[in-house]
Design a protein around this ligand. Structure first.
Ligand code: HEM
Ligand SMILES: CC(C)=CCC/C(C)=C/CC/C(C)=C/COP(=O)(O)OP(=O)(O)O
Length: 303
């Protein structure tokens, strides 16, 4: 083996391990955790705590994703979207991926416990357990409500960010969790409509498989309305201001428009376009929360 082929093999291996961590998903999870950290205090949070919490929450999320690859090895190998994943294809063995996941989890937990606080460490570990064990091992295979209940784990990062900075669970952080909780079903079911046959082939009881595509489209419409209402809460409780209110209304009206098109006027690409928009929606929504936090126009009271 020449030095060039050796280094190419090394790069491919590193790429496989990176893929195990679902890096784009983890990036968005970490963004939502950051927003939780920034909104927890009036100015900027302590930089060292911010960095340690970012790394810790990222490592535990990545570990959860890697465990998901191991547990789903068999079904991933049979679905068009996932068949070439590193564990499904055997490029990384289940034992190697498990050891990788446990190393990341241990590192993340110790970092959070020692450099952030015990509450955040335990809550983040509970989120890992919620996704990797409760959702992936049990719910996913048991009920079409799998992603509604399992979605709670993925919705936790803003709370994890908040507790990292303050050491306390605050109702405002729970509002951010509720936003992601309401966002997850339209996010996932849009993709599940597009991939319905894949899920049916491996007997996964996803909503479009168990209740049909038309029913799933109706429920997506209802969830986008619910999401619109939940997204008003930060404004209504005085946590966020006008920038957020206007921005979130525009984003949610657009999401509802996608859902409407999916239900009543879909073409072959609408489900996938709705799924892709859901990701932009959540990213921009959380950036808006951040911008609003720092540029919020405070009401002027005249005494
Ligand atoms: C139980 C909850 C969730 C389910 C079942 C779910 C499901 C999925 C699925 C099946 C994909 C496609 C992955 C692929 O093609 O490899 C995906 C992509 C994605 N999800 Fe979710 N998701 C959930 C929660 C979340 C959360 C909470 C976030 C972030 C806050 C998120 C962010 C993303 C992103 C950024 C992608 C695009 C990844 C890429 O393009 O590689 N998801 N999701
Ligand atoms: C510590 C913490 C915050 C943990 C949360 C971890 C996490 C990675 C949540 C994301 C949810 C997600 C990508 C679900 C898809 O799983 P799937 O098995 O339905 O999708 P797949 O078929 O693409 O694997």
């Amino acid at each position: 083996m020449t030095a060039i082929t050796r280094s190419r093999a090394g790069i491919n291996r590193a790429r496989d391990y990176l893929e195990l961590t679902k890096p784009k998903v983890v990036a968005l999870l970490v963004l939502t955790a950051w927003v939780g950290m920034m909104l927890a205090v009036p100015g900027l949070p302590d930089l060292i705590t911010l960095l340690a919490a970012t790394l810790g929450i990222g490592l535990l999320s990545a570990a959860a994703a890697a465990i998901n690859h191991v547990v789903d090895k068999r079904i991933d190998a049979q679905m068009a979207r996932t068949y070439s994943r590193p564990v499904a294809k055997g490029r990384v063995s289940a034992a190697e991926a498990t050891a990788f996941a446990f190393s990341l989890a241990l590192l993340g937990f110790v970092l959070l416990y020692l450099a952030v606080n015990a509450l955040t460490a335990w809550l983040t570990l509970a989120s890992l357990f919620g996704y990797a064990v409760v959702y992936t091992m049990f719910l996913k295979r048991a009920t079409p409500q799998n992603i509604v209940i399992g979605g709670l784990a993925g919705a936790m990062p803003p709370l994890l960010g908040w507790t990292a900075i303050t050491g306390e669970i605050h109702s405002h952080a729970l509002l951010l969790v509720m936003i992601i909780f309401a966002w997850t079903p339209p996010h996932f079911w849009a993709l599940a409509i597009h991939r319905r046959d894949d899920y049916a082939k491996v007997n996964m009881p996803m909503l479009p498989v168990t209740h049909g595509i038309e029913f799933t489209k109706s429920v997506i419409c209802l969830y986008t309305v619910l999401l619109f209402i939940v997204c008003l809460m930060p404004y209504l409780v005085g946590m966020s201001g006008a920038i957020y209110l206007v921005g979130s209304a525009v984003l949610n009206l657009r999401f509802m428009q996608y859902a409407w098109k999916l239900k009543f006027n879909a073409d072959a690409g609408t489900a996938m376009a709705t799924f892709k928009f859901s990701i932009v929606h959540l990213m921009v929504l959380f950036l808006l929360l951040l911008v609003d936090h720092y540029f919020k126009v405070s009401p002027i009271y005249v005494s």
